[in-house]
Design a protein around this ligand. Structure first.
Ligand SMILES: NC(=O)c1ccc[n+]([C@@H]2O[C@H](COP(=O)([O-])OP(=O)(O)OC[C@H]3O[C@@H](n4cnc5c(N)ncnc54)[C@H](O)[C@@H]3O)[C@@H](O)[C@H]2O)c1
Length: 389
């Protein structure tokens, strides 16, 4: 097996790093690495050296990574879906309770009583200022039914809530796993009109930026409790400020504080604690390290955001060639023609595509020279060719 170098960025859980087998060297100082493993470091201005073929983001979102640029450089970007879903669900449970009962205001008030006399009596007299409704029997709308949204929906059910879910892009496995007690809706607006609590569990992108818009906030059920443990930028904060001021929104809980959110009334800013549990950091890092090793050793792709999932198992043939390329016509024809010209026999071939990009894996009955790799790379639209083994 070939040797590979992994550059680790941010603190990667040591229990996960132990998974690396002997043919992997890893450290934060690795020069000319084959892969990067990181958490939330922003790579938008990072200078990618030519050898980098894989980036593993030990987390769920990838907006710290210039994904399209990576695709053009033939770098597979993978993430760890679901690895921190339980941690985020648990923080959302806390957010739901904090949004409903004024626990934070109450704690602050009790702290302000320090040094005074008759605390117990003052507490009994003053506590009514912090009354808040129970969750049982209320309607919870979950926007995004991925790994976290599904768990949040089930958590809502366990609180005795009536749960509604919206996700026009739900995956097949997500749809199959969705609890039949969660009412699936094809109308996201309806959730905002009818629910007492809305929890966002969608990625941030150009499409979802300010998805909770002025228009949507104009239609909410008055007194809505809005939870955003997903990403900053999903809510139009100017419009939200007005909705909080006139009571359309009773409470906003956000895990992504920014200057504007600190100025909002009736808002609880949590310092991005969603995935801050030792378990989730270890799970995420383990998942991307397994993916990095499988990609570098065997060319298999799993949980990538820019290239399709592809798995031909462990590489046991004489030679395995992998090509990252644009999803354009006649790619396979051109690749197989070059191999045929050289008299190389194909034992197995797998081609998958995802959006504008594709990935082809070919097991060969004989080894091929480096010169052939260059010929394959010269095909227009091919951005990376690897000879594995
Ligand atoms: N607070 C934190 O620390 C923290 C930690 C992990 C994840 N997150 C955020 O939570 C999000 C969800 O995490 P996940 O693990 O469930 O991801 P996931 O990929 O499993 O699920 C995301 C779901 O959102 C759906 N979706 C996308 N666009 C949508 C839209 N416009 N309307 C409705 N649904 C839409 C997708 O179809 C998918 O099912 C992540 O993208 C990330 O931004 C936050």
């Amino acid at each position: 097996m070939k040797n590979y170098k992994i550059k680790t960025i941010n603190n990667i859980a040591p229990e996960a790093l132990d998974l690396f087998t002997e043919n992997f060297a890893y450290s934060p100082d690795e020069e000319n690495p084959d892969a990067l493993i990181l958490r939330s470091q922003d790579l938008h201005n990072y200078k990618f050296t030519e050898n980098i073929r894989f980036i593993g983001r030990a987390g769920a979102g990838v907006n710290n990574i210039p994904v399209e640029k990576c695709s053009e450089l033939g770098i597979v970007v993978s993430k760890a879906p679901g690895a921190n879903a339980n941690a985020v669900k648990e923080l959302t449970a806390a957010a739901l309770l904090l949004a409903s009962r004024d626990i934070v205001g109450g704690i602050d008030w009790v702290r302000s009583l320090k040094g005074e006399e008759d605390i117990a009596q003052k507490v009994e007299k003053g506590k009514k200022a912090f009354t808040g409704p129970e969750l049982a029997g209320k309607k919870l709308g979950v926007i995004g039914l991925g790994a976290t949204g599904q768990l949040v929906g089930e958590m809502g059910l366990s609180f005795g809530m009536e749960v509604y879910g919206y996700d026009p892009f739900i995956s097949l496995s997500g749809a199959l796993n969705l609890s039949n007690q969660i009412h699936y809706s094809e109308d996201g607006k309806m959730l905002f009109k009818e629910c007492d609590y809305i929890s966002l569990h969608i990625p941030y992108s150009e499409e979802t930026k300010n998805i909770v818009s002025r228009d949507l906030l104009a239609q909410v059920k008055p007194g809505l409790h809005l939870l955003n443990i997903a990403r900053g930028g999903l809510v139009d904060l100017e419009a939200l400020k007005e909705a909080l001021e006139d009571g359309r929104v009773a409470k906003y809980v956000v895990d992504f504080p920014e200057e504007a959110s600190l100025d909002l009334p009736n808002t609880i800013n949590i310092p991005h604690l969603g995935a801050s549990t030792p378990e989730s950091q270890e799970n995420s890092a383990k998942m991307v390290i397994e993916q990095a090793m499988d990609y570098l050793n065997n060319g298999n792709i799993k949980n990538s955001v820019n290239f399709p999932d592809c798995d031909m198992g462990q590489c046991t043939s004489a030679h395995r060639v992998t090509l990252n390329h644009r999803n354009i016509p006649n790619m396979i024809g051109q690749i197989t023609a070059i191999l045929a010209e050289e008299g190389v026999n194909i034992a197995n071939l797998l081609n998958r595509h995802k959006d504008g990009w594709a990935y082809t894996m070919i097991d060969l009955d004989s080894e091929i020279p480096e010169s052939l790799r260059k010929k394959l790379w010269a095909i227009e639209g091919v951005v990376r060719v690897r000879l594995i083994k």
